[in-house]
Design a protein around this ligand. Structure first.
Ligand code: FAQ
Length: 344
Protein backbone atom coordinates (compact mmCIF):
# COMPACT_ATOMS: atom_id res chain seq x y z
CA UNK A 1 0.00 0.00 0.00
CA UNK A 2 1.40 3.43 -0.85
CA UNK A 3 1.79 6.14 1.74
CA UNK A 4 -0.78 8.27 -0.06
CA UNK A 5 -3.48 5.57 0.05
CA UNK A 6 -2.87 5.12 3.78
CA UNK A 7 -3.25 8.81 4.55
CA UNK A 8 -6.40 9.03 2.36
CA UNK A 9 -7.86 6.05 4.22
CA UNK A 10 -6.95 7.67 7.53
CA UNK A 11 -8.65 10.91 6.66
CA UNK A 12 -11.77 9.04 5.50
CA UNK A 13 -11.75 7.10 8.79
CA UNK A 14 -11.23 10.30 10.77
CA UNK A 15 -14.12 11.97 8.93
CA UNK A 16 -16.39 9.01 9.67
CA UNK A 17 -15.38 9.17 13.36
CA UNK A 18 -15.94 12.94 13.50
CA UNK A 19 -19.37 12.54 11.92
CA UNK A 20 -20.39 9.88 14.44
CA UNK A 21 -19.31 12.16 17.30
CA UNK A 22 -21.01 15.23 15.77
CA UNK A 23 -24.24 13.22 15.35
CA UNK A 24 -23.98 12.11 18.98
CA UNK A 25 -23.85 8.54 17.72
CA UNK A 26 -21.90 5.66 19.17
CA UNK A 27 -18.43 4.39 18.41
CA UNK A 28 -18.30 0.59 18.52
CA UNK A 29 -15.20 -1.64 18.89
CA UNK A 30 -15.25 -2.45 15.14
CA UNK A 31 -15.03 1.25 14.21
CA UNK A 32 -11.83 3.09 13.50
CA UNK A 33 -10.98 5.53 16.28
CA UNK A 34 -8.08 7.93 16.88
CA UNK A 35 -5.38 6.41 19.08
CA UNK A 36 -5.80 9.24 21.61
CA UNK A 37 -9.54 8.42 21.96
CA UNK A 38 -8.72 4.74 22.51
CA UNK A 39 -6.04 5.67 25.05
CA UNK A 40 -8.13 8.05 27.12
CA UNK A 41 -11.05 5.61 27.21
CA UNK A 42 -8.80 2.72 28.21
CA UNK A 43 -7.43 4.95 30.98
CA UNK A 44 -10.82 6.09 32.27
CA UNK A 45 -12.65 2.76 31.95
CA UNK A 46 -9.84 0.72 33.51
CA UNK A 47 -9.40 3.22 36.37
CA UNK A 48 -13.12 2.97 36.91
CA UNK A 49 -12.91 -0.85 36.96
CA UNK A 50 -10.00 -0.75 39.43
CA UNK A 51 -12.03 1.61 41.65
CA UNK A 52 -14.93 -0.83 41.78
CA UNK A 53 -12.60 -3.69 42.74
CA UNK A 54 -10.57 -1.78 45.35
CA UNK A 55 -13.83 -0.15 46.50
CA UNK A 56 -15.03 -3.52 47.76
CA UNK A 57 -12.50 -3.45 50.60
CA UNK A 58 -13.81 -0.77 53.01
CA UNK A 59 -17.26 -2.36 53.04
CA UNK A 60 -16.15 -6.02 52.91
CA UNK A 61 -14.34 -5.20 56.14
CA UNK A 62 -17.75 -4.80 57.85
CA UNK A 63 -19.56 -7.89 56.54
CA UNK A 64 -18.62 -10.00 59.57
CA UNK A 65 -19.57 -7.18 61.95
CA UNK A 66 -22.92 -6.17 60.45
CA UNK A 67 -25.43 -5.59 63.27
CA UNK A 68 -28.06 -8.09 61.98
CA UNK A 69 -28.46 -10.96 59.53
CA UNK A 70 -30.55 -8.72 57.26
CA UNK A 71 -27.87 -6.00 57.22
CA UNK A 72 -25.20 -8.62 56.54
CA UNK A 73 -27.14 -10.04 53.57
CA UNK A 74 -27.68 -6.56 52.10
CA UNK A 75 -24.03 -5.58 52.53
CA UNK A 76 -22.82 -8.82 50.98
CA UNK A 77 -25.08 -8.26 47.98
CA UNK A 78 -23.77 -4.72 47.59
CA UNK A 79 -20.12 -5.76 47.73
CA UNK A 80 -20.82 -8.49 45.16
CA UNK A 81 -22.47 -5.88 42.93
CA UNK A 82 -19.26 -3.84 43.03
CA UNK A 83 -17.28 -6.90 41.91
CA UNK A 84 -19.76 -7.31 39.05
CA UNK A 85 -19.30 -3.65 38.06
CA UNK A 86 -15.56 -4.20 37.94
CA UNK A 87 -16.06 -7.17 35.63
CA UNK A 88 -18.40 -5.36 33.19
CA UNK A 89 -15.93 -2.49 33.07
CA UNK A 90 -12.86 -4.68 32.48
CA UNK A 91 -14.80 -6.33 29.64
CA UNK A 92 -15.64 -2.93 28.17
CA UNK A 93 -12.00 -1.84 28.50
CA UNK A 94 -10.79 -5.02 26.80
CA UNK A 95 -12.84 -4.22 23.68
CA UNK A 96 -10.45 -1.28 23.23
CA UNK A 97 -7.60 -3.73 22.70
CA UNK A 98 -5.74 -4.04 26.01
CA UNK A 99 -6.01 -7.51 27.56
CA UNK A 100 -7.40 -7.87 31.05
CA UNK A 101 -4.09 -9.30 32.37
CA UNK A 102 -2.29 -6.14 31.32
CA UNK A 103 -4.89 -3.88 32.96
CA UNK A 104 -4.74 -5.96 36.10
CA UNK A 105 -0.96 -5.80 36.12
CA UNK A 106 -1.14 -2.01 35.90
CA UNK A 107 -3.23 -2.00 39.07
CA UNK A 108 -1.07 -4.51 40.95
CA UNK A 109 2.16 -2.71 40.07
CA UNK A 110 0.75 0.55 41.40
CA UNK A 111 0.94 2.22 37.98
CA UNK A 112 -2.80 2.62 37.53
CA UNK A 113 -4.95 4.99 39.54
CA UNK A 114 -8.21 4.17 41.30
CA UNK A 115 -10.62 6.49 43.06
CA UNK A 116 -9.10 8.48 45.94
CA UNK A 117 -12.12 7.81 48.17
CA UNK A 118 -11.20 4.17 48.76
CA UNK A 119 -7.98 5.11 50.53
CA UNK A 120 -9.89 6.25 53.62
CA UNK A 121 -10.72 3.85 56.45
CA UNK A 122 -14.26 2.71 57.32
CA UNK A 123 -14.10 3.15 61.09
CA UNK A 124 -17.61 2.35 62.31
CA UNK A 125 -20.83 0.72 61.10
CA UNK A 126 -22.13 4.22 60.31
CA UNK A 127 -19.47 4.41 57.59
CA UNK A 128 -21.52 1.79 55.70
CA UNK A 129 -24.32 4.34 55.67
CA UNK A 130 -22.06 7.25 54.72
CA UNK A 131 -20.39 5.25 51.94
CA UNK A 132 -23.75 4.18 50.50
CA UNK A 133 -25.33 7.62 50.74
CA UNK A 134 -22.37 9.84 49.81
CA UNK A 135 -19.93 7.63 47.86
CA UNK A 136 -22.53 5.74 45.84
CA UNK A 137 -24.49 9.01 45.62
CA UNK A 138 -21.48 10.77 44.08
CA UNK A 139 -20.89 7.75 41.85
CA UNK A 140 -24.46 7.95 40.50
CA UNK A 141 -24.21 11.69 39.89
CA UNK A 142 -20.98 11.17 37.98
CA UNK A 143 -22.06 8.03 36.15
CA UNK A 144 -25.61 8.69 34.95
CA UNK A 145 -24.25 11.02 32.21
CA UNK A 146 -21.71 8.30 31.33
CA UNK A 147 -24.63 6.08 30.20
CA UNK A 148 -24.55 8.39 27.14
CA UNK A 149 -20.78 8.09 26.66
CA UNK A 150 -19.90 7.91 22.98
CA UNK A 151 -18.16 4.55 23.33
CA UNK A 152 -20.92 1.91 23.08
CA UNK A 153 -19.61 -0.83 25.43
CA UNK A 154 -18.87 1.73 28.18
CA UNK A 155 -22.24 3.47 27.93
CA UNK A 156 -24.13 0.17 27.95
CA UNK A 157 -22.19 -1.12 30.98
CA UNK A 158 -23.00 2.10 32.81
CA UNK A 159 -26.78 1.64 32.40
CA UNK A 160 -26.82 -1.49 34.53
CA UNK A 161 -24.23 -0.15 36.96
CA UNK A 162 -26.31 2.97 37.63
CA UNK A 163 -29.42 0.91 38.38
CA UNK A 164 -27.50 -1.03 40.99
CA UNK A 165 -25.87 2.10 42.42
CA UNK A 166 -29.34 3.56 43.07
CA UNK A 167 -30.13 0.61 45.34
CA UNK A 168 -26.75 1.09 47.02
CA UNK A 169 -27.44 4.72 47.74
CA UNK A 170 -30.87 3.97 49.18
CA UNK A 171 -29.50 1.29 51.50
CA UNK A 172 -26.82 3.72 52.76
CA UNK A 173 -29.37 6.46 53.33
CA UNK A 174 -31.55 4.03 55.23
CA UNK A 175 -28.69 2.94 57.53
CA UNK A 176 -28.00 6.60 58.35
CA UNK A 177 -31.71 7.33 58.85
CA UNK A 178 -32.02 4.51 61.40
CA UNK A 179 -28.90 5.67 63.23
CA UNK A 180 -29.81 9.36 63.19
CA UNK A 181 -33.23 8.49 64.64
CA UNK A 182 -31.77 6.12 67.24
CA UNK A 183 -29.94 6.83 70.48
CA UNK A 184 -27.81 9.95 70.95
CA UNK A 185 -24.70 7.77 70.59
CA UNK A 186 -25.95 6.33 67.30
CA UNK A 187 -26.75 9.79 65.98
CA UNK A 188 -23.24 10.93 66.89
CA UNK A 189 -21.77 7.93 65.09
CA UNK A 190 -23.78 8.80 61.93
CA UNK A 191 -22.70 12.46 62.13
CA UNK A 192 -19.06 11.51 62.59
CA UNK A 193 -19.14 9.22 59.53
CA UNK A 194 -20.72 11.98 57.42
CA UNK A 195 -18.15 14.50 58.69
CA UNK A 196 -15.29 12.25 57.56
CA UNK A 197 -16.80 11.20 54.22
CA UNK A 198 -18.18 14.50 52.90
CA UNK A 199 -14.94 16.14 51.64
CA UNK A 200 -13.41 13.00 50.08
CA UNK A 201 -16.80 12.22 48.41
CA UNK A 202 -16.81 15.67 46.78
CA UNK A 203 -13.29 15.01 45.53
CA UNK A 204 -14.43 11.87 43.70
CA UNK A 205 -15.50 14.20 40.85
CA UNK A 206 -11.87 14.97 40.18
CA UNK A 207 -9.79 18.16 40.43
CA UNK A 208 -11.33 21.60 39.78
CA UNK A 209 -11.97 22.24 36.08
CA UNK A 210 -8.98 24.57 35.80
CA UNK A 211 -6.69 21.72 36.93
CA UNK A 212 -8.34 18.90 34.98
CA UNK A 213 -6.12 18.09 31.99
CA UNK A 214 -8.44 15.51 30.45
CA UNK A 215 -11.89 17.08 30.77
CA UNK A 216 -12.01 19.32 27.73
CA UNK A 217 -10.99 16.67 25.21
CA UNK A 218 -13.18 14.03 26.86
CA UNK A 219 -16.15 16.38 26.61
CA UNK A 220 -15.42 17.12 22.95
CA UNK A 221 -15.47 13.37 22.33
CA UNK A 222 -18.76 12.98 24.23
CA UNK A 223 -17.14 10.68 26.77
CA UNK A 224 -17.73 13.09 29.64
CA UNK A 225 -20.92 15.14 29.28
CA UNK A 226 -20.30 17.57 32.13
CA UNK A 227 -17.19 18.99 33.75
CA UNK A 228 -15.92 17.89 37.17
CA UNK A 229 -17.14 21.10 38.84
CA UNK A 230 -20.56 20.96 37.18
CA UNK A 231 -21.14 17.45 38.52
CA UNK A 232 -19.77 18.34 41.95
CA UNK A 233 -22.24 21.23 42.13
CA UNK A 234 -25.09 18.96 41.08
CA UNK A 235 -24.13 16.57 43.87
CA UNK A 236 -23.97 19.28 46.54
CA UNK A 237 -27.40 20.58 45.47
CA UNK A 238 -28.75 17.04 45.75
CA UNK A 239 -27.38 16.13 49.19
CA UNK A 240 -28.18 19.32 51.13
CA UNK A 241 -31.94 18.61 51.39
CA UNK A 242 -31.21 14.90 51.90
CA UNK A 243 -28.98 15.73 54.90
CA UNK A 244 -31.81 17.87 56.32
CA UNK A 245 -34.19 14.92 55.95
CA UNK A 246 -31.69 12.76 57.82
CA UNK A 247 -31.38 15.30 60.62
CA UNK A 248 -27.61 15.51 60.04
CA UNK A 249 -25.38 18.42 59.10
CA UNK A 250 -22.74 18.67 56.38
CA UNK A 251 -19.32 19.75 57.70
CA UNK A 252 -18.95 22.92 55.66
CA UNK A 253 -19.38 26.36 57.27
CA UNK A 254 -19.54 28.00 53.82
CA UNK A 255 -22.44 25.90 52.60
CA UNK A 256 -25.35 28.21 51.82
CA UNK A 257 -28.01 28.76 49.18
CA UNK A 258 -27.07 31.32 46.55
CA UNK A 259 -30.28 32.84 45.21
CA UNK A 260 -28.55 34.47 42.26
CA UNK A 261 -26.84 31.29 41.03
CA UNK A 262 -29.73 29.01 41.98
CA UNK A 263 -27.20 26.66 43.61
CA UNK A 264 -25.58 26.04 46.97
CA UNK A 265 -22.20 27.68 47.49
CA UNK A 266 -19.71 25.43 49.22
CA UNK A 267 -16.26 25.85 50.77
CA UNK A 268 -12.80 25.07 49.44
CA UNK A 269 -11.82 21.41 49.45
CA UNK A 270 -8.39 20.25 50.55
CA UNK A 271 -6.74 19.68 47.16
CA UNK A 272 -3.29 19.13 48.68
CA UNK A 273 -4.69 16.17 50.57
CA UNK A 274 -6.34 14.92 47.35
CA UNK A 275 -3.04 15.06 45.45
CA UNK A 276 -1.24 13.27 48.25
CA UNK A 277 -3.90 10.51 48.29
CA UNK A 278 -3.76 9.92 44.53
CA UNK A 279 0.03 9.83 44.70
CA UNK A 280 -0.15 6.96 47.18
CA UNK A 281 0.12 8.65 50.59
CA UNK A 282 -3.49 8.42 51.78
CA UNK A 283 -4.31 6.72 55.08
CA UNK A 284 -5.02 3.29 53.50
CA UNK A 285 -3.22 3.21 50.10
CA UNK A 286 -0.61 0.70 51.24
CA UNK A 287 -3.12 -1.55 52.97
CA UNK A 288 -5.54 -1.53 49.98
CA UNK A 289 -2.80 -2.53 47.55
CA UNK A 290 -1.39 -5.23 49.86
CA UNK A 291 -4.86 -6.75 50.23
CA UNK A 292 -5.46 -6.67 46.45
CA UNK A 293 -2.10 -8.30 45.68
CA UNK A 294 -2.77 -11.01 48.25
CA UNK A 295 -6.27 -11.65 46.87
CA UNK A 296 -4.79 -11.93 43.37
CA UNK A 297 -2.12 -14.32 44.58
CA UNK A 298 -4.58 -16.43 46.58
CA UNK A 299 -6.94 -16.60 43.59
CA UNK A 300 -4.33 -18.07 41.24
CA UNK A 301 -5.70 -21.61 41.59
CA UNK A 302 -9.21 -20.42 40.63
CA UNK A 303 -7.91 -18.79 37.43
CA UNK A 304 -5.87 -21.90 36.58
CA UNK A 305 -8.85 -24.20 37.18
CA UNK A 306 -11.17 -21.97 35.12
CA UNK A 307 -8.65 -21.88 32.27
CA UNK A 308 -8.18 -25.68 32.32
CA UNK A 309 -11.96 -26.15 32.33
CA UNK A 310 -12.47 -23.73 29.43
CA UNK A 311 -9.75 -25.53 27.44
CA UNK A 312 -11.39 -28.93 28.02
CA UNK A 313 -14.78 -27.55 26.98
CA UNK A 314 -13.27 -26.15 23.78
CA UNK A 315 -11.58 -29.44 22.97
CA UNK A 316 -14.83 -31.35 23.59
CA UNK A 317 -16.76 -28.92 21.36
CA UNK A 318 -14.14 -29.24 18.59
CA UNK A 319 -14.27 -33.04 18.80
CA UNK A 320 -18.08 -33.04 18.68
CA UNK A 321 -18.03 -30.76 15.61
CA UNK A 322 -15.46 -33.02 13.90
CA UNK A 323 -17.42 -36.24 14.48
CA UNK A 324 -20.64 -34.49 13.37
CA UNK A 325 -19.14 -33.59 9.96
CA UNK A 326 -17.79 -37.16 9.63
CA UNK A 327 -21.34 -38.56 9.85
CA UNK A 328 -22.87 -39.19 6.35
CA UNK A 329 -26.35 -38.19 7.59
CA UNK A 330 -25.09 -34.78 8.67
CA UNK A 331 -23.28 -34.38 5.33
CA UNK A 332 -26.52 -34.97 3.44
CA UNK A 333 -28.43 -32.45 5.59
CA UNK A 334 -25.58 -29.94 5.27
CA UNK A 335 -25.48 -30.51 1.52
CA UNK A 336 -29.22 -29.95 1.24
CA UNK A 337 -29.02 -26.77 3.28
CA UNK A 338 -26.28 -25.32 1.07
CA UNK A 339 -28.20 -26.26 -2.06
CA UNK A 340 -31.23 -24.41 -0.68
CA UNK A 341 -29.09 -21.43 0.14
CA UNK A 342 -27.89 -21.05 -3.44
CA UNK A 343 -31.40 -21.70 -4.74
CA UNK A 344 -30.60 -25.05 -6.37
N1 FAQ B 1 -9.29 9.65 42.41
O1 FAQ B 1 -8.27 15.34 34.09
P1 FAQ B 1 -9.03 14.71 35.20
C1 FAQ B 1 -17.61 4.05 42.73
C2 FAQ B 1 -7.07 11.61 38.26
S1 FAQ B 1 -16.65 4.11 41.34
C3 FAQ B 1 -8.13 9.27 41.81
O2 FAQ B 1 -10.18 15.47 35.72
P2 FAQ B 1 -10.74 12.67 34.08
C4 FAQ B 1 -18.54 2.91 42.93
C5 FAQ B 1 -7.46 11.29 36.82
O3 FAQ B 1 -7.57 9.91 36.62
C6 FAQ B 1 -15.62 5.56 41.55
N2 FAQ B 1 -7.67 9.87 40.68
O4 FAQ B 1 -9.42 13.22 34.79
C7 FAQ B 1 -18.36 2.33 44.25
C8 FAQ B 1 -6.33 11.93 36.07
O5 FAQ B 1 -5.19 11.11 36.16
P3 FAQ B 1 -4.40 10.53 34.84
C9 FAQ B 1 -14.83 5.78 40.34
C10 FAQ B 1 -8.43 10.87 40.18
O6 FAQ B 1 -10.52 11.26 33.79
C11 FAQ B 1 -19.01 2.85 45.37
C12 FAQ B 1 -6.01 13.16 36.91
O7 FAQ B 1 -6.51 12.90 38.22
N3 FAQ B 1 -15.62 6.40 39.32
O8 FAQ B 1 -17.46 4.91 43.52
C13 FAQ B 1 -9.63 11.29 40.74
O9 FAQ B 1 -11.17 13.56 32.98
C14 FAQ B 1 -18.84 2.26 46.60
C15 FAQ B 1 -6.60 14.42 36.35
O10 FAQ B 1 -8.05 14.41 36.42
C16 FAQ B 1 -15.16 6.57 38.08
O11 FAQ B 1 -14.05 6.18 37.76
C17 FAQ B 1 -10.05 10.63 41.91
N4 FAQ B 1 -11.18 10.98 42.55
O12 FAQ B 1 -11.85 12.83 35.23
C18 FAQ B 1 -17.57 1.20 44.39
C19 FAQ B 1 -16.10 7.21 37.10
N5 FAQ B 1 -10.13 12.29 40.00
O13 FAQ B 1 -5.17 9.35 34.39
C20 FAQ B 1 -17.42 0.61 45.63
C21 FAQ B 1 -15.51 7.35 35.73
C22 FAQ B 1 -9.27 12.51 39.01
O14 FAQ B 1 -4.43 11.63 33.81
C23 FAQ B 1 -18.06 1.14 46.74
N6 FAQ B 1 -14.44 8.31 35.67
N7 FAQ B 1 -8.24 11.66 39.12
O15 FAQ B 1 -3.05 10.18 35.36
C24 FAQ B 1 -14.62 9.62 35.50
O16 FAQ B 1 -15.73 10.11 35.40
C25 FAQ B 1 -13.39 10.48 35.38
O17 FAQ B 1 -12.29 9.65 35.09
C26 FAQ B 1 -13.09 11.32 36.66
C27 FAQ B 1 -11.78 12.07 36.42
C28 FAQ B 1 -14.20 12.33 36.88
C29 FAQ B 1 -12.93 10.45 37.89
Amino acid sequence: MTEQTTSTENSVDQQHFDTLIADDSRIEPRDWMPEAYRKTLTRQVSQHAHSEIIGMQPEANWITRAPSLKRKAILMAKVQDEAGHGLYLYSAAETLGTPREVLNQQLLSGKAKYSSIFNYPARTWADMGAIGWLVDGAAICNQVPLCRASYGPYGRAMVRICKEESFHQRQGWEILYELSHGSEEQKQMAQDAVNRTYGPALQMFGPPDADSPNSQQSMEWNIKRFSNDELRQRFVDMIVPQAEALGLTLPDADLKWNEERGHYDYGQLDWDEFMSVIKGSGPCNVQRMQRRRKAHHDGAWVREAAEAYAKRQMQAAAQAAESATDSPEVSIVAGRASAELIGA
